[in-house]
Design a protein around this ligand. Structure first.
Ligand code: NAP
Length: 271
């Protein structure tokens, strides 16, 4: 029970990678604060992990594309003196289409969730971690944040690249403290992500070796943040992809991503 008495706040805990973080941290003894929009799912997961592991669980229904949400979450937790020892910023989705096919409101809401909410949640809970000299912060980025940008889902790669650089900055600022910061960079992972952005049909044609289950992704990330690894890429295939994108001359890497991404990036009008 490595994390007995610690509180882990996980955003996007109602499905996929976030729900897996919740189950694994609870199995390791952590109490949980589960955040997402679908409260019924959060409550169901809360009952499951309480029953299985006897931990305490709080659920907070929030839309993190609303700029006010992180402050409301922090306020609610401050009111009942619940510390956040472990923060997993994970909530996310993919917005199909080329940049000009989506209006600014869609892009703005995307950035609010995928960039601002991650920074705002970190700003809200990092001071408490520093004061208590214990903190683990995981930003769920992507392989897409470590390779050149692609056509379609235009802001996805840039938002994930921001998280890599952000995790590195927080790590540098917390040097010498017992506060570790990691950007988790998964590749294709089984979850609801590709159902939500309606690319399931496309990605199911990709070879199975390109996919990972959420459990090893999350176990790897939890070990990485404990070891102080700032950028963690799970899985041999993902590691190879990232290595290749860095080893190739930049225009070649960009061409590789451009050609590959046609296989899994949906245009706005598609099915
Ligand atoms: N699956 C992959 O292949 C893959 C690869 C690399 C990186 N990632 C990243 O992994 C993270 C988790 O994705 P996943 O694969 O687990 O997808 P998922 O199964 O679709 O889960 C996404 C989670 O984010 C929450 N969420 C979405 N919009 C939200 C909002 N506005 N406010 C609050 N919560 C919101 C969803 O909950 P509600 O709908 O209930 O709000 C859900 O819990 C994302 O950041 C994604 O970019 C995924």
């Amino acid at each position: 029970m490595e994390y007995q008495g610690k509180w882990a706040l996980i955003t996007g805990a109602s499905a996929g990678i976030g729900a897996t973080f919740a189950r694994i941290y609870a199995a390791k003894g952590a109490n949980l604060i589960l955040v997402a929009r679908r409260e019924d799912r959060l409550k169901e997961l809360a009952s499951e992990v309480k029953r299985a592991h006897g931990v305490e669980v709080k659920t907070i229904a929030a839309d993190l594309a609303d700029a006010a949400a992180p402050k409301i979450i922090a306020g609610a937790l401050a009111q009942d003196d619940t510390p956040v020892d472990i923060l997993v910023n994970n909530a996310g989705f993919g917005l199909p289409g080329f940049f000009t096919e989506n209006d600014w409101t869609a892009h703005r809401d995307f950035l609010e969730l995928m960039v601002n909410s991650y920074a705002h949640m970190t700003r809200a809970f990092l001071p408490g971690m520093i004061a208590r000299d214990y903190g683990r912060v995981i930003q769920v980025s992507s392989v897409a944040g470590l390779v050149p940008g692609s056509a379609g889902h235009t802001l996805y790669g840039p938002s994930k690249a921001f998280l890599v650089s952000f995790a590195q900055s927080i790590d540098a600022e917390c040097a010498g403290k017992n506060v570790n910061s990691t950007a988790l960079c998964p590749g294709f992972t089984y979850s609801e992500f590709h159902d939500v952005n309606k690319t399931r049909g496309l990605v199911s044609q990709l070879p199975k070796y390109m996919f990972m289950k959420a459990e090893p992704v999350v176990e790897g990330a939890i070990n990485a943040v404990e070891r102080g690894h700032v950028v963690y890429v799970p899985g041999a295939w993902n590691k190879f992809t990232v290595w290749l994108a860095k080893a190739l001359p930049r225009p070649w890497a960009a061409a590789m991503v451009r050609n590959q991404s046609k296989r899994f990036r949906r245009k706005k009008g598609d099915g």
